[in-house]
Design a protein around this ligand. Structure first.
Ligand SMILES: [Zn+2]
Length: 121
């Protein structure tokens, strides 16, 4: 293994380690809207809607689902949305590294990943 390949593998390891720090990530889109509540007598049903309230739009089982964001969680949710962007950047960077390795014929399951001593038989 030459020096540039070693550097690529080290960079890939750093990127993989960064992923483990993205524990708040949210693959969702943020939106704010006015809404009605469940109380039938509430003014919101006569036009004075509540809000704007924050929601996350999440895609599940071929459908968009909106999940209410409680006010005290707003800042953390913003961080989680940014972390998902970071994850996408890391995925792109790892892809670029793996493409370089592939072109050199060096993309393989062995190498830096074998630290634990486990092998695929
Ligand atoms: Zn209401």
């Amino acid at each position: 293994m030459n020096l540039s390949e070693r550097k690529l593998l080290q960079k890939r390891q750093r990127l993989l380690a960064q992923i483990t720090e993205l524990n708040l990530l949210l693959n969702a889109s943020y939106l704010e809207r006015f809404s009605t509540c469940v109380r039938p007598q509430c003014e919101c049903h006569k036009g004075k809607k509540h809000g704007p309230r924050a929601y996350l739009s999440v895609y599940r089982e071929k459908r968009q689902r909106q999940v209410y964001v409680p006010q005290p969680q707003h800042d953390t949710v913003q961080l989680g949305l940014r972390q998902y962007q970071q994850l996408q950047e890391i995925v792109k960077a790892i892809t670029d590294i793996n493409l370089q390795l592939m072109r050199a014929g060096r993309l393989s399951e062995t190498g830096e990943q074998q630290k634990g001593g486990k092998r695929h038989e």
